[in-house]
Design a protein around this ligand. Structure first.
Ligand SMILES: Cc1cc2nc3c(=O)[nH]c(=O)nc-3n(C[C@H](O)[C@H](O)[C@H](O)COP(=O)(O)OP(=O)(O)OC[C@H]3O[C@@H](n4cnc5c(N)ncnc54)[C@H](O)[C@@H]3O)c2cc1C
Ligand code: FES
Length: 228
């Protein structure tokens, strides 16, 4: 059981727990709070402060558990397990592209390894204002897609992306020579490869598990027809 502190906007909250597990950017924890939902849910690390002994998550309310998490009060407790999954590679001059709460692992990445450009798209202006934590963010919100913003002013360099599957697919299918690393979305139950509940098909026909083999994959290897 770990205790909670927080900061919030209307639909999003940063929830810090008194725990640090030496996570790397792109890894996630399985979190459970209260009796329902019975199965824990996965959340990427937004920031881990090893010295202070805290791990922070960015939560966007959209279902039962995320609504509970954004409502948590300082001192409340929750259960967390991790860090789990494969991290993003540490690269020089990576180009970061985030959609919504896909900002969480890229924020951690930017703080840990730096970046050459950072693109962010959110549903609302309020979310954008909440997440505007870097001076040089190239940002957009509402109906203006972050992928369009990226295509209008493409930047060379390896891509690191997290957000909705359609966004990841578009970025993976752009005609670029540089590698593209994506953190895939999936429903999860165990988070460790036991329940086989998070399959992702690759172009070579293999079926991998998002929790154990990912969530970070080369976007060029993913069979997007199967996934989206
Ligand atoms: C590796 C990983 C990291 C994640 N990191 C974060 C994070 O940092 N912050 C955050 O807020 N969320 C994150 N998520 C998503 C979060 O775990 C799910 O949205 C979770 O199901 C929310 O639980 P809930 O009970 O609130 O909503 P649920 O009741 O489970 O679902 C609410 C709505 O979201 C849809 N949905 C649920 N899960 C998914 C999914 N995986 N993909 C697409 N649609 C889905 C459902 O169909 C439903 O419409 C992450 C997911 C993964 C796989
Ligand atoms: S969540 Fe159980 S195998 Fe991935």
């Amino acid at each position: 059981m770990e205790s909670v502190t927080r900061s919030e906007s209307k639909s999003m909250a940063l929830v810090s727990v008194g725990h640090s597990g030496k996570a790397a950017p792109g890894q996630f924890y399985m979190i459970k709070c209260g009796d329902f939902p019975v199965v824990p849910r996965p959340y990427s690390v937004f920031y881990e402060d090893l010295a202070g002994g805290t791990t922070t998550f960015l939560i966007k309310a959209r279902g039962l558990q995320t609504s509970q998490l954004v409502e948590m009060k300082p001192g409340d407790v929750l259960k967390i397990r991790g860090p789990l999954g494969s991290p993003f590679p540490s690269l020089v001059n990576a180009v970061l592209v985030a959609g919504g709460c896909g900002f969480a692992p890229l924020h951690f990445y930017a703080r840990q390894y730096g970046y050459s450009s950072f693109f962010l798209g959110t549903e609302t202006y309020e979310e954008l204002a909440f997440l505007c934590l870097f001076d040089d963010l190239k940002e957009t919100h509402g109906d203006n897609m972050v992928t369009d913003l990226f295509m209008e002013s493409p930047v060379d360099g390896p891509l690191i992306a997290c957000g909705p599957s359609r966004m990841l697919r578009t970025l993976s299918e752009t005609d670029r020579k540089d590698p593209v690393y994506v953190s895939l979305e999936s429903r999860m139950a165990c988070g460790t490869g036991m329940c086989l509940g998070c399959p992702a098909k690759m172009k070579d026909g293999t079926i991998l598990l998002v929790c154990k083999d990912g969530p970070v994959f080369s976007g060029r290897d993913v069979d997007w027809e199967w996934l989206t």
